[in-house]
Design a protein around this ligand. Structure first.
Ligand code: PLP
Length: 369
């Protein structure tokens, strides 16, 4: 029996999504080009970007798309403001440093949401800032940041907003026709429940048209990928054909489920079941409930001499569930994802498996609230 992945990508996909990969496609063939066009059209519609924005897909994991977007849309003499409260914002900072783009960071604690007034103050005081890069759901902890407020602030200050919505797209409402977002980045293998291997960037056509020659990279130049795709209907360089086919099927299932509202509701139920079940067992969440996203939950390692994450992981894995290590440097934590083609019952069984593992390890904790 295949284990259930309680990880935020790769995640558990449906049988139907996996079956969609049982053919081969020629990258020059009209049938595959139509597949690409239909996927990109649907992604653009899900984001609310029809007419104003374009969807540019890119081979690789999500970070490739983040690096491509920063390199393509931030001119070489640009300056990017990065409000950071976790590992994925830190990755953006690292990418900008590698690319040689000027960065200004607003540091936050990892368990607190971004303070929009600090973003506004930085934009008012520093006219050199051209772009703001925001992580919507900080998957390192599970904090959901205030996308709408940040977007309005950035737009009011006349700057360009780049959003890493990797772990929120399709689960949390994002509509670029309502919220001013210039560049939105996500990927196949997260809340759309496809398989990993393809990122995509929903960018305003104005920003795309202006981005010629910015990129430091040939393969990661989204302006070039966009132009080539418009002219030929094809990807530059070998496309991840099976990933695109799986995403086509995953989007069909997303629509059948009821789109983002239904998916968000299911994830919130799964998250609620997880948090209440784990608290019953005596675990504490890192985050307060009001900043917790329905995507992934960080739990503090219990303060008990017999606790070890590798042992908990192994025992829970033997019961059929894959947990996720923590990503905080200062305190020991672990994470459990609430996303994927799973049910509330799967989460309840996973919590049961954690409880059985604790018993077997001789750990008894009192319920927390
Ligand atoms: C998953 C994720 C990424 C991309 O990570 P990869 O390992 O490259 O797929 C980027 N940002 C966020 C917020 C993510 O959750």
């Amino acid at each position: 029996m295949q284990p259930i992945l309680l990880t935020p990508g790769p995640l558990t996909t449906s049988e139907r999504t996996r079956s969609a990969m049982l053919s081969d496609w020629g990258s020059w063939d009209g049938e595959f080009n139509r597949l690409t066009a239909s996927v990109c059209g649907d992604l653009l519609a899900i984001a609310g970007g029809e007419g104003t924005h374009a969807c540019v897909p890119l081979q690789g994991s999500g970070t490739f798309a983040v690096e491509a977007a920063l390199g393509t849309f931030v001119p070489r003499n640009g300056k990017v403001l990065v409000p950071s409260n976790g590992a994925y914002a830190d990755r953006i900072i690292r990418i900008l440093e590698v690319l040689g783009r000027e960065v200004r960071v607003i540091e936050h604690r990892e368990d607190e949401p971004l303070d929009v007034s600090r973003v506004a103050a930085a934009l008012s005081s520093d006219p050199a800032i051209t772009h703001v890069a925001l992580v919507h759901c900080e998957t390192g902890t599970g904090v959901l940041n205030a996308l709408d407020e940040v977007a309005r602030t950035v737009a009011n200050h006349g700057r360009t907003l780049v959003v890493d919505a990797m772990s929120s797209f399709a689960a949390v409402a994002i509509d670029v026709s309502i919220t001013p977002i210039d560049v939105l980045i996500a990927a196949s293998g997260k809340c759309l429940e496809g398989v990993p291997g393809m990122g995509f960037v929903i960018a305003s056509k104005a920003n795309l048209s202006a981005a010629s020659g910015n990129s430091h990279s040939l393969a990661l130049d989204l302006h070039d990928q966009w132009g080539y795709m418009q002219r030929t209907g094809q990807w530059r360089y070998t496309p991840p054909t099976h990933v695109v086919a799986a995403l086509r099927s995953a989007i069909d299932q997303f629509v059948e489920e009821g789109g983002q509202p239904a998916r968000g509701t299911r994830y919130r139920m799964q998250c609620g079941e997880l948090v209440s079940g784990m608290r019953q067992l005596g675990f504490r969440t890192l985050l307060a409930d009001d900043v917790q996203s329905p995507i992934i939950v960080t739990f503090l390692a219990p303060d008990h001499p017999a606790y070890s994450f590798p042992e908990l992981y192994r025992r829970v894995r033997d019961s059929g569930f894959i947990l996720y290590p923590g990503k905080l440097t200062r305190i020991e934590t672990f994470r459990i994802g609430c996303i994927g083609a799973i049910t509330v019952q799967d989460i309840a069984r996973a919590v049961g498996a954690v409880g059985d593992a604790l018993n077997a390890m001789g750990i008894r904790l009192g319920a927390t609230s």
